[in-house]
Design a protein around this ligand. Structure first.
Ligand code: SAM
Length: 410
């Protein structure tokens, strides 16, 4: 007899009785998705794995601690038969057939009336992969197809633009410190769907080269600003492109809200009535020290870290940083935008009581192929920066964590 293909369908199980027979590994793997679907789950099994037990303890499933008995499937919409007793499986399967309950069987896919596809999720879509018929069943192959599709959608290598639910307006995307692998999955997907990308100098610039030719890439530093401030000109560019109905990504280095002026852009968009999505990013303040082998905290060494901007010198009246208080902290100080002013900053910290021997590390162009680390102390850092020609962008770490490495404190 010719074997017909299985008919794929999405079951809406919210509030509907699903019976699971057997509380072993199969149930453990399948239950989370049934719980997520809002099913009214009754587990019938004398025993269960600790994870399944935890689901029962948490009230996510009801558990009858006994073997299967005739009648258990009477009020079920759907059943998962996965006991270790072949006779019970066969009897339950026959009962399911009589009551017209669709059932999956872990021990005999041929006799099951339903199959569980390999499933994955990406941004509001469920990808479910089934082999066409029992003869072609190869669970590893279906799982591999599922992984390829989901991964591709997540990292943007598989582009399936949204039509009805495409993110309207502007997405402020934190691109991470520079390594193109360190952008978030959501950021990468929005980038893959963009019509216009307005990018900073910092961040994952390599990703721009991968964009399709129709995408307009604008260097934020090169937007002419005439009578406006540079930031105003960027805000205007975002608004103008979004008003033309384009999907605009504002790609920023690190996280948009860590010295990134992200909220100024979000406010300008709100004033113009343009929808704005903010996608967080991995900030250089933590990731760049980490990439150079420096943990910003370490047990027994530093219980706090403080991130400060060094773009204005401590004695500059525009400075909002209380360097005298920072000098008294025992934790780690992470300074961004501080290369030019590090001499004055180090002097100020020492003048307010920090030891001149406090270790300092400067990590330039962290997470990129050009990453370099230069070590100094508060006493020597000004000279070292000049002698070693340290240039921005660099993250400066001040504190004992500089001496903590994979082999312990050195
Ligand atoms: C305007 S701030 C933006 C910070 C960004 N929003 C973040 O969360 O990382 C720019 C400063 O971040 C630091 N920075 C950003 N990316 C860096 C990298 N890959 N390597 C070293 N420093 C970096 C430098 O101190 C640079 O001057």
């Amino acid at each position: 007899m010719a074997e017909h293909p299985a008919y794929p369908v999405g079951l809406r199980l919210t509030g509907r009785r699903v019976v699971v027979l057997g509380g072993g590994q199969v149930a453990q793997r399948r239950l989370p998705a049934l719980i997520a679907a809002g099913a009214d789950i009754r587990l019938v099994s004398p025993e269960a794995t600790p994870s399944v037990e935890a689901m029962a303890d948490a009230g996510e499933i009801a558990w009858d601690r006994r073997p299967y008995a005739e009648g258990d499937l009477a009020d079920a919409w759907y059943a998962l038969i996965a006991t270790s007793d072949p006779e019970a499986n066969t009897a339950a399967s026959a009962e399911a057939e009589r009551h017209r309950v669709w059932c999956v069987r872990s021990d005999d896919a041929d006799r099951a009336t339903a199959w569980t596809p390999a499933t994955g999720h990406s941004e509001g879509v469920t990808v479910a992969v089934l082999t066409t018929n029992a003869r072609g069943r190869d669970p590893r192959h279906t799982a591999a197809i599922r992984d390829a599709v989901v991964e591709g959608l997540r990292d943007g290598t598989l582009v399936a633009p949204h039509h009805r639910t495409r993110t309207a307006g502007v997405a402020l995307v934190g691109g991470g410190p520079g390594d193109p692998d360190l952008i978030t999955v959501r950021g990468r997907r929005l980038l893959a769907e963009a019509d216009v990308v307005i990018a900073d100098r910092l961040g994952p610039r390599d990703l721009l080269a991968e964009l399709p030719p129709h995408v307009e890439v604008i260097d934020a530093a090169k937007i002419p600003y005439g009578r406006f401030m540079a930031q105003e000109a960027i805000n205007n560019a975002l608004i103008e492109h979004a008003k033309q109905g384009k999907a605009v990504v504002r790609l920023k280095g690190g996280d948009p809200f860590v010295f990134g002026r992200g909220m100024e852009e979000a406010q300008a968009l709100a004033e113009a009535g343009i929808p704005c999505t903010v996608v967080p990013g991995i900030s250089s303040s933590v990731s760049v020290p980490g990439a150079a082998g420096i943990p910003v905290t370490h047990r027994g060494v530093a219980h706090e870290f403080t991130v400060v901007s060094g773009h204005v010198a401590p004695d500059d009246e525009r400075s909002l940083v209380d360097w005298a208080s920072l000098a008294k902290l025992t934790g780690t100080l992470v300074i961004l935008m501080g290369v030019d002013k590090i001499g004055r900053i180090a002097e100020t910290l020492v003048a307010h009581g920090k030891s001149p021997d406090t270790p300092v590390a400067l990590v330039q162009e962290g997470t990129t192929a050009a990453q370099r680390r230069v070590d100094a102390t508060l006493a020597t850092v000004a000279r070292t920066v000049v002698a070693q020609e340290v240039k921005p962008p660099a993250v400066i770490v001040v504190g004992e964590v500089v001496h903590v490495g994979p082999h312990g404190t050195v």
